[in-house]
Ligand binder design. Structure first.
Ligand code: AMP
Ligand code: GLY
Length: 427
């Protein structure tokens, strides 16, 4: 088979790495990819958002299966366009991807199908939104309706901060059209977990649980980032809690889309807050999480290609998916200054030493290979995801940080407490 993977982050490197192990696969392309994907795939210089060019490429190369990483092409309708052209592609169609593309659609969907979520108001004008904030008080959460590259959610500690967010989104149009509407919701308290699940539109099969770390600094301090690390399993998600999430979130999710007459095929990511009242959904994403995918792929024992095929054919069966019992931890190494301004084109040292280690994989994100006889250089804020397996989270943490110490680039930063939150559940 010839496979095309769309995207250029650590998530895509993990997917390329996993897909490359399938005996069904002869050739992999990654658009646009990074220095890590280039080890297993031929990188193609087409942006993930350029659906027309991706379609032309897939037709020209007679691609047998396309796997979409990021949300933007999904929301633009890449799946519909590929399918119309007779191509096979893994991911939800445009109507289904609204679950991530529109916070208003997502909130209305959850309310309609009884999926537990924060109480919310939906507004298309700033004045009413501000009145609602005045009535509800703080803390309160303001969400731009559309995609805003992960910056459209403001967890406001004060009313003033929330009002400022509404003005930035709806009046200054900081995120453009994405700010025509807002969702304003109750601030939930608890610990977060990520539950990803495969669905073919009929059955839904959860993947192993995971948790990411969004804040830049240790102890969940500092600004929000694209993700500083992740681990799997998330021991806060006990078997009982998983059952509850399956019954109250995942099953109604599939039933809801069926009821709407939309077939949701692909992977669904539920961001969940484990509150005192039980698990509540913060958001749905229509794709794999980044960096959660990195530890999850390390733990997946089965061939992923037949799983993708089964989902596309509507024949998903949980017997297809086998997991490594061990835990996995991913520590993200970022450029100095990230998520603010940072330098690029810095040589990365030590990657070859990691190749000799068992149970450790470095999934690359913001990297690029200038010439084959030189070191790869940094090309983004999140640079590498050092991901390791271990008999427990504790050992996976040790293995990951031992590998981190072997890598160096100027300005390199990382959190030293990835996975630490899980340790209180381990004996
Ligand atoms: P979202 O894109 O909706 O997941 O929001 C991004 C992040 O904002 C989440 O991972 C949470 O950390 C936080 N967040 C979103 N909604 C809420 C809420 N209702 N209460 C507390 N935190 C929230
Ligand atoms: N890890 C958060 C996300 O993928 O949206």
């Amino acid at each position: 088979m010839k496979i095309l993977i769309i995207g250029s982050g650590g998530r895509e490197h993990a997917l390329v790495w996993k897909i490359a192990q399938s005996p069904k696969v002869d050739k992999i392309y990654c658009a646009p990819g990074n220095a890590g994907t280039a080890q297993f795939a031929e990188n193609v210089n087409i942006k993930a958002e350029d659906v027309a060019a991706l379609l032309r490429f897939a037709q020209e190369k007679k691609i047998d299966l396309t796997v979409v990483g990021p949300e933007v092409p999904l929301v633009l309708g890449i799946v519909d366009q590929f399918e119309k052209a007779g191509l096979i592609i893994f991911g939800p169609c445009k109507a289904a991807a609204r679950i991530e593309g529109s916070k208003v659609f997502s909130k209305e969907f959850m309310i309609k199908y009884g999926i537990p979520t924060a109480q919310a108001g939906i507004f298309d004008n700033a004045k009413e939104a501000i009145t609602y904030i005045e009535e509800m008080g703080a803390p309160i959460v303001v969400k731009a309706d559309g995609l805003a590259a992960g910056k459209g959610v403001i967890v406001a500690k004060t009313k003033a901060e929330a009002i400022e967010a509404v003005k930035a989104i709806m009046e200054a149009k900081e995120f453009g059209e994405a700010g025509n509407k807002v969702v304003i919701e109750e601030c939930l308290m608890g610990e977060e977990a990520s539950i990803l699940a495969f669905t073919d539109g009929k059955s839904i099969v959860p993947l192993v649980s995971s948790q990411d770390h969004k804040r830049a600094f240790d102890g969940d301090q500092g600004p929000n980032t694209g993700g500083m690390g992740a681990y799997s399993p998330a021991p806060i998600v006990t078997d009982r809690l998983m059952e509850e999430i399956y019954l109250n979130v995942l099953k109604p999710f599939v039933a809801g889309f069926k009821q709407e007459g939309i077939i949701y095929k692909g992977v669904i990511y539920a961001g969940i807050m484990i509150t005192k009242k039980g698990p509540m959904v913060l958001e749905f994403n229509a794709r794999f999480g980044d960096p959660e995918t990195q530890p999850i792929m390390l733990r997946m024992k089965s061939d992923i290609v037949p799983i993708f095929e089964a989902i596309i054919e509507g024949k998903l069966d949980d017997r297809l998916i086998e997991w490594d019992k061990r835990a996995a931890v991913c520590v993200v190494l970022v450029a100095g200054g990230y998520p603010g301004k940072y330098a690029k084109d810095i040589p990365i040292d030590g990657l070859e030493k990691i190749e000799q280690l068992d149970n450790v994989m470095v999934f690359q994100a913001g990297t690029k290979q200038v010439t084959s006889n030189q070191l790869p250089v940094t090309s983004g804020g999140r640079v590498l995801g050092v991901t390791a397996l271990g008999e427990s989270i504790k050992f996976a943490i040790e293995n990951a940080y031992r590998a981190v110490k072997m890598i160096h680039f100027k300005g390199m930063q990382y959190r030293t407490d990835i996975g630490k939150k899980a340790l209180k559940y381990e004996k």
